[in-house]
Ligand binder design. Structure first.
Ligand code: NAG
Ligand code: NAG
Ligand code: NAG
Ligand code: NAG
Ligand code: NAG
Ligand code: NAG
Ligand code: NAG
Ligand code: NAG
Length: 574
């Protein structure tokens, strides 16, 4: 299957070379399952690309082709069920539960500032969830790449939970923050080593450890993970191993097509980055959904939409009004034509971290090079994405038709662009990333803008102000966004910002606690509008587990503690 290029307007083309034979078969089975079983709320297309084959790929494909079909070409449900149980292993059969060696039921010096016994008890329960989320990849995976979409990894993996049976890239940063609170430094290092092995193989860290994630990445936080572990361990060997890998990852995000050029009002040229999946077909794990979204479109229009869907998955925000031209319809996604605030903040952090690591390793060349890359990006972020009037940063939308050639390098396109001034939690990520230096008076503007944004609600930070039914929109609150906002406010140096940080942390902890006692689980997302309310929306059911939520609760409790007499219940439940 070869799809032709598209987006000729500004010289942008994505050429997909096609899908492996294994994925082609599994996607065909997924489509057959939808037709046979019907698409009820429990139908999860991802399940069908996760199940390991019991016999060889050829044999399985032959058996599938030979199944009897009804006149309308569907397979009778019972026949398909029988085929699935005969030819496939259970979805979790290629991972082995594994208790990390550095896990202690009661870690040393655990949460010294938490004095309330109920909070301690709950925190220990969350700490114990690491056991439920730890896995070793079975050796059979490396031996049988044709039977498994799972990617082999050497070290213990920490999965988010439920349908997310594999490692994810940006989730791992908050998992590591939690592991460090739990005293599981070696496990945290193993998580990083896994991601570094993937980065060595692909030149970037893929979205997750499945073959169907290998054509896109996720928000690049590897350097932040390394910094978190380094600050705890002062392990220079880790930095030494990481440096060349981070240089490769940086090159991935700062070369075309991820990097684009734009000019500011004075005509000065800047380089910033965007998300860009190397994929323009339906995502294998959501093939049935994506083809439904693109129904009725011609081939090139559909390829463009599939590319923007996969690119939204690379952004971590799948899906959000943030990436839609009309802010409501998935068919108007234009993710790849947006310069995102958060991505560039993450890259600024990466550049500062590499500068710092190089300084520790005594590598002056790299140190100087990355100090200069960081200051270029800082300037670009301020010239292109910042709004002084609104005290925050906004995504810039590139014009697909408006472009010219660079004067500096006439083979390179310079895009026209426009800020789209809508309110998203991502508008405040640069405060966390330290894009404004210490003491910069603009920090107070950002704190003020956040206070007035409407995003700060009784149970955390809403992702946006628009309720689209998508999961990265109002009223959902996500642990990583809440954490970045809190850490940014706390580091702002503005007293009011520090107060807000503490207040948001308390309402987040209370809401997570209340929901935990209602449903007995930690959740992937919550509802910011009301303490203890759980999140919803999006293309799959609410997931439990949950790696990054656990990590954020533990790290906030480490930071702020909880006094013995402070009530833990939601204010309205008092
Ligand atoms: C996806 O990534 C794999 C592994 O790097 C590569 O072999 C394949 O060509 C890529 N597919 C596309 C469509 O770029
Ligand atoms: C196909 O035909 C069968 C038997 O007539 C029917 O039960 C089923 O709903 C049909 N499926 C689809 C997807 O049309
Ligand atoms: C699988 O089938 C293809 C053709 O259908 C053939 O070329 C290939 O050798 C077979 N592989 C194995 C392992 O039997
Ligand atoms: C696991 O470690 C071995 C030995 O160091 C190495 O050869 C192999 O490539 C690693 N596996 C992965 C998946 O990186
Ligand atoms: C600095 O790091 C780069 C990339 O790893 C390496 O090629 C170079 O040799 C290093 N220089 C010194 C002086 O260590
Ligand atoms: C495909 O559809 C798009 C928009 O719907 C249209 O602009 C384009 O001309 C169509 N292309 C072909 C080859 O029909
Ligand atoms: C483009 O590059 C060529 C060769 O380097 C040069 O001769 C030409 O003047 C350049 N054009 C512009 C518009 O910069
Ligand atoms: C905004 O600031 C005012 C005045 O300090 C305060 O009363 C209010 O609670 C703040 N709002 C939020 C959402 O933090």
């Amino acid at each position: 299957m070869v799809l032709e290029g598209f987006m000729a307007a500004c010289g942008q083309t994505v050429v997909s070379t096609g899908v492996s034979k294994l994925l082609t078969l599994l996607v065909a089975i997924q489509s057959a399952a939808l037709a046979s079983f019907g698409g009820g709320p429990d139908f999860d297309p991802k399940y069908y690309v996760d199940i390991p084959l019991r016999y060889s790929l050829n044999e399985t494909a032959r058996a599938f082709d030979a199944l009897p079909r009804l006149q309308n070409n569907t397979i009778p449900p019972r026949v398909l069920e029988q085929f699935l149980s005969q030819y496939f292993e259970l979805a979790d059969s290629n991972v082995i539960a594994d208790a990390p060696k550095d896990f202690n039921r009661i870690p040393q010096n655990f949460l010294p500032l938490v004095h309330n016994p109920q909070v301690r008890k709950w925190a220990l329960q969350i700490h114990e969830l690491w056991l439920e989320l730890s896995r070793k990849i079975s050796p059979s995976v490396a031996m049988n790449p044709n039977k498994n979409t799972l990617l082999p990894l050497n070290n213990t993996v920490l999965v988010p939970g439920a349908r997310f049976r594999e490692v994810y890239y940006w989730d791992s940063y908050w998992v590591i923050k939690g592991l460090l609170v739990s005293g599981m430094t070696d496990t945290a290092k193993g998580v990083i080593e896994n991601l570094m092995e993937l980065a060595e193989r692909y030149g970037f860290v893929p979205n997750g450890a499945r073959i169907y994630y290998e054509n896109r990445s996720q928000p690049p936080l590897l350097s932040m993970m390394i910094r978190a572990v380094y600050e705890k361990t002062h392990d220079k060997a880790l930095l030494k191993r990481a440096l060349p890998i981070l240089l490769r990852e940086h090159a991935f995000w700062t070369s075309e097509p991820h990097e684009v050029r734009v000019r500011d009002k004075n005509g000065d040229e800047h380089r910033l980055s965007r998300f860009w999946a190397h994929w323009n077909s339906p995502r294998p794990e959501s093939f049935t959904i994506d083809t439904h979204v693109a129904r009725g479109m011609n081939k090139s229009r559909a390829a463009q939409l599939y590319h923007d869907i996969a690119t939204a998955a690379e952004s971590g925000w799948d899906f959000s009004s943030r990436w839609m031209e009309d802010q409501q319809n998935l068919r108007t996604l234009r993710t790849s034509m947006i310069i995102p605030v958060d991505l560039n903040a993450f890259l600024f952090q990466m550049e500062k971290n590499v500068e710092y690591f190089a300084s520790i390793l005594g590598n002056q060349t790299i140190q100087t090079q990355f100090a200069s890359a960081a200051s270029d990006r800082q300037r670009a972020i301020q010239r292109i994405l910042w709004s002084r009037k609104r005290g925050q940063w906004f995504d810039a939308w590139l014009s697909p038709n408006g472009c010219s050639f660079s004067e500096n390098d006439n083979k390179t396109i310079v895009y026209e662009w426009k800020q789209k001034r809508l309110t998203y939690a991502s508008n405040f990520v640069p405060l966390w990333a330290g894009v404004l230096p210490k003491g910069d008076p603009r920090r107070a503007l950002v704190v003020e803008a956040l206070n007035k944004s409407g995003l700060v609600l009784p149970a955390g930070i809403a992702t946006s102000l628009r309720n689209t039914g998508q999961q990265w929109d109002f009223p959902n609150a996500w642990a990583p966004l809440v954490d970045m906002v809190i850490e940014g406010l706390d580091a702002s140096g503005i007293p009011r910002g520090k107060m807000m940080a503490k207040a948001i942390s308390q309402s987040w902890i209370r809401s997570n606690y209340e929901a935990y006692h209602q449903v007995g689980k930690m959740l992937e997302k919550y509802d910011a509008t009301s303490c203890g309310k759980i999140g919803g929306g999006g293309e799959y059911n609410l997931q439990t587990g949950f790696g990054w939520s656990n990590g954020v609760v533990l790290s906030l409790l480490q930071k702020y503690g909880w006094p013995a007499d402070k009530p833990l219940f939601c204010p309205d439940a008092l």
